[in-house]
Design a protein around this ligand. Structure first.
Ligand SMILES: [Zn+2]
Length: 50
């Protein structure tokens, strides 16, 4: 799994807390459960299409 990088401060100090990816450096929430679900769903659709 590649390391997540904060879009705001560029830190790789990212921690997953209760389905959220939070930058420990600046406190930005980079991704939430909903975002992850959308990504997973789009991957599934792509797989089914091919
Ligand atoms: Zn940050």
């Amino acid at each position: 799994m590649p390391a997540e990088v904060c879009d705001v401060c560029g830190s790789t100090n990212i921690k997953e807390i209760k389905c959220k990816l939070v930058c420990q450096n600046c406190g930005t929430i980079l991704r939430t459960c909903a975002d992850l679900a959308v990504v997973t769903l789009s991957i599934e659709v792509h797989r089914n299409g091919s």
